[in-house]
Design a protein around this ligand. Structure first.
Ligand code: NAD
Ligand code: UDP
Length: 311
């Protein structure tokens, strides 16, 4: 019998994890989805429950677990600012203990492990666009620190497990990603704007909306994630869409796509909100032959269509 590829996805019922699970199952691989359902929902994986190659485990990654798999996709961690700031001590614990436990598992069973890291490791960046060699400008004591520093130490753990124990690690620095299966109440900018526009509410711009982000459609992101796992590249790598927009520009696009008559409401800028963010993806292009294909408007239209039935 041909051995199937056995995958463990931590955070598998969340936004990115559920897309990854779909993708791997479509390739005929086995998937164990491990989640504590803090921000993930069963709705995202409900359609997979009858698939004989799919298994669901309710578990918190801050506790160790013994499983036999070939690849670990370590995504478990709240990702939106309102969620990771809800219990910041738990967020740091999830990043540190969760990654420590998953690296321990990877070491014991000889599995490859991919860490879902983040562009937040660059903080409020002084280098633009952000290359992987940029070491970041991160506040250690602010309201975003639980997440930013949690991910930074998670990267450190991966690098030390690789150096000392030879664990086969992948470190993916994910930039802002959007698409179906995002929670409408996660407070992230794309979900907020679409939800507000569909409900004919005012669009909330923090500050003057001059800060920038670069938005990647989820299908592109997952393709990059799978290519990275399949590669043998063990250093951090940016995966994101380098097309940069101000938040005001994003609001204009969403408004024009849904209801051009909507008004804007300007709110206070959250503390430590990065002023600009744009990935350099030269490394991903050369190492993985990857680049995003979905333009912002095209991705937003797909996302809006999904949100119409999932508010
Ligand atoms: P999400 O909140 O939708 O998914 C995270 C999942 O992890 C959820 O299902 C949640 O219930 C689970 N989880 C949280 N804490 C856990 C714990 N202690 N034990 C077990 N499960 C736990 O977020 P997402 O957008 O899918 O992000 C997935 C990963 O990608 C995260 O690690 C995040 O930091 C990273 N990331 C995402 C983005 C993005 O734009 N979506 C950007 C950068 C990095
Ligand atoms: N933002 C906004 N209005 C909202 C939600 C977010 O103007 O309703 C801004 C936020 O201040 C930030 C950007 O949009 O500058 C992206 O926010 P998000 O929470 O999506 O992600 P992150 O700040 O982690 O990149």
């Amino acid at each position: 019998m041909i051995k199937k590829n056995r995958n463990l996805i931590t955070g598998g019922s969340g936004f990115l994890g559920s897309h990854l699970a779909n993708n791997l199952l479509k390739k005929g691989e086995e998937v164990i989805c491990l989640d504590n359902f803090f921000t993930g929902t069963k709705k995202n994986i409900h359609h997979l429950l009858k698939d004989p190659n799919f298994e669901l485990i309710r578990h918190d990654v801050t506790e160790p677990i013994k499983l036999e798999v070939d690849k670990i996709w370590h995504l478990a961690c709240p990702a939106s600012p309102i969620h990771y700031q809800f219990n910041p001590i738990k967020t740091t614990k999830t990043s540190f203990m969760g990654t420590y436990n998953m690296l321990g598992l990877a070491k014991r069973i000889g599995a490859k492990i991919l860490l879902a890291s983040t562009s937040e490791v660059y903080g409020d960046p002084l280098e633009h666009p952000q290359t992987e060699s940029y070491r970041g400008s991160v506040n250690t004591t602010g309201i975003r620190s639980c997440y930013d520093e949690g991910k930074r130490v998670a990267e450190t753990l991966c690098s030390d497990y690789q150096r000392i124990h030879g664990v086969d690690v992948r470190i993916m620095r994910i930039f802002n990603t959007y698409g179906p299966n995002m929670r409408s109440d996660d407070g992230r900018v794309v979900s907020n704007f679409i939800k507000q526009a569909l409900k004919n509410e005012k669009i909330t711009l923090y500050g003057e909306g001059k800060q920038t982000r670069s938005f990647c459609y989820v299908d592109d992101l997952i393709n990059g994630m799978i290519l990275l796992m399949e590669s043998d590249f063990q250093s951090p790598i940016n995966i994101g869409n380098p097309n940069e927009f101000s938040i005001r520009e994003l609001a204009d696009i969403v408004r024009d796509l849904i209801n051009p008559n909507l008004e804007y409401e300007f709110k206070e800028m959250p503390k430590d909100d990065p002023k600009q963010r744009k990935p350099s993806i030269s490394l991903a292009k050369s190492i993985l032959n990857w680049e995003p294909k979905v333009e912002l408007k095209e991705g937003l239209l797909k996302t809006i269509e999904w949100f119409k039935y999932n508010l």
